[in-house]
Design a protein around this ligand. Structure first.
Ligand code: PLP
Length: 468
């Protein structure tokens, strides 16, 4: 006898199969996956990375000793694992189902505007409740911390997307969340703070001291030190990370630290994006020629591209291209200070990580893409760029908002300034293909919406952008 659940799955499979038959790859606008097609494992590129000629570089230095004090055992095990597939617990899949699978969309009106022969698709990660890809790892990190017995998480946030995602995940799983938000963004994007507080989190500008720091138990020695040197410090992700780690190490209650990007386990949680996208392309009998994403710490771009990278590393798709877009004013890949070991934070508390870096004391310019102002990048992605499996382009701020205007007036939505870097890179390629007549399939990860970033759009329209 078939159970009710088995019948439901069977029915979903039939719908999936008949939808597959009906799809005309050239005419489809939106590709939805049935809920039962949600991937049940993450892809861990540690198992395959060596095929590019280099293994994932291991962190080093005295900072290694703090890892067990700020991360739960289950996440540390994932960080070091070389298993290709890591199972997503059923309970966590139920959380994912709140907004996943996310749609894959064809940007036909953009294609027509650009008069490009390319077919353009984008994955809509902005449909999550906090508005970005970040909850894919936030909810996983909250889930595993709770399971391992912790009561709260401390973290940093740039533009506020990561802090929002962790606050949302804390609300769902019953964890307290303390957020150190880069000072310039705290004042540029007040809506983000309100979102975090609505989800029950505490959010303070970083760096700051009381009374600006309204929760005295969140005061840190490092913020005091930075402000003594530079009272007007706009802050940076590196400074905010140091503050969040100091707070987590003080353990005002059983609290851990949570990082929104860079680490192996974070990138792995994000592979749910690319795994879904692969199934969606299969559904319409397409396979991308070039994949695009923006990179701050490397998580959304890697999550989208790593499942496809596996095909390239295995020799199945030798011509497949991957293009990561970074901010021209924070050019760790295109103009690195050096390639090698550096700290992940400004105070030098973290282990040293192998990466392309602008130096851990880099204070980035006040661009609107707060999430792309990090000095380094994920070691797994750095390895792929170093070995020339992935490419990187740097985009100036004016060009991203030009892309934003094109996008909002063709596809209709406002993307986050971070995401617009990817769109600008894709538009460059679509225009190049218009000249050469190449009919490529271009695919992009839309990592977040820009509804709380309208100040950047406004300054662009008024020709008042501080940084070009
Ligand atoms: C919408 C959005 N996209 C991209 C990023 C960059 O981060 P990552 O490279 O880890 O995806 C951020 C970071 O804050 C973000 O908010």
């Amino acid at each position: 006898m078939e159970s009710k659940e088995e019948k439901r799955i069977e029915k979903a499979k039939q719908v999936f199969e008949s939808a597959k038959e009906k799809f005309e790859p050239k005419s489809v606008i939106r590709v939805d996956l049935p809920e039962d097609e949600l991937p049940t494992s993450w892809y861990n590129i540690n198992a395959d990375l060596h095929k590019c000629g280099m293994k994932t570089p291991f962190p080093t230095g005295p900072g290694l000793a703090i890892l067990p004090k700020i991360f739960p055992p289950s996440l540390l095990a994932q960080e070091l694992s070389h298993d290709r597939w890591i199972k997503i617990p059923d309970e966590l899949l139920e959380y994912y189902k709140i907004w996943r699978p996310t749609p894959l969309h064809r940007a036909k009106r953009l294609e027509e505007f650009l008069k490009t022969p390319c077919r353009i698709y984008y994955k809509q990660e902005y449909v999550s409740p906090p508005g970005s890809h970040k909850p894919n790892t936030a909810i996983a990190q909250a889930y595993f911390n709770k399971k391992d017995g912790y009561e709260g998480l401390a973290t940093e946030t740039g533009a506020g997307q990561w802090g929002s995602a962790l606050s949302f995940s804390g609300a769902l799983t019953g964890l307290k969340v303390d957020v150190f938000m880069v000072r310039v963004s705290y004042y540029q994007k007040p809506g983000r703070r309100v979102l975090m507080e609505s989800w029950g989190a505490r959010c303070v500008p970083s760096p700051s001291v009381p009374p600006e720091r309204v929760y005295p138990d969140m005061a840190t020695e490092f913020a005091k030190k930075v402000l003594e040197k530079d009272p007007d410090s706009p802050g940076s992700l590196g400074i905010a990370i140091s503050e969040a780690i100091e707070h987590a190490l003080k353990k005002p209650y059983p609290i851990n630290y949570s990082l929104g990007s860079v680490l192996n386990h974070v990138l792995m949680h994000q592979t749910i994006i690319g795994l879904e996208a692969k199934k969606q392309f299969e559904l319409i009998d397409e396979y991308p020629d070039v994949l695009f994403g923006c990179t701050g710490g490397g998580s959304n771009y890697s999550g989208f591209t790593f499942p496809f990278t596996q095909d390239k590393l295995d020799g199945k798709k030798p011509d497949l291209r991957f293009v990561a877009a970074e901010a021209e004013s924070c050019p760790r890949y295109t103009k690195p200070k050096y390639i090698g070991y550096d700290y992940g934070d400004t105070a030098g508390m973290t282990p040293m990580i192998w990466m392309y870096t602008l130096g851990h004391d880099f204070v980035p310019p006040r661009i609107h893409a707060g999430g792309l102002r990090y000095h380094g990048n994920a070691p797994q992605l750095c390895t792929l760029v170093y070995k020339k499996v992935h490419e990187v382009v740097a985009i100036p701020q004016t060009e991203i908002f030009q892309a934003g205007q094109i996008l909002s007036q063709t596809e209709g939505f406002l993307s986050a300034p971070e995401t617009l870097h990817a769109w600008a890179a894709l538009i460059r390629e679509a225009r190049r293909c218009k000249e050469t007549g190449e009919k490529k399939v271009l695919a992009l990860n839309d990592s977040g919406h820009g509804w709380l970033d309208v100040r950047g759009y406004d300054e662009f329209l008024k020709k008042k952008l501080e940084v070009a």
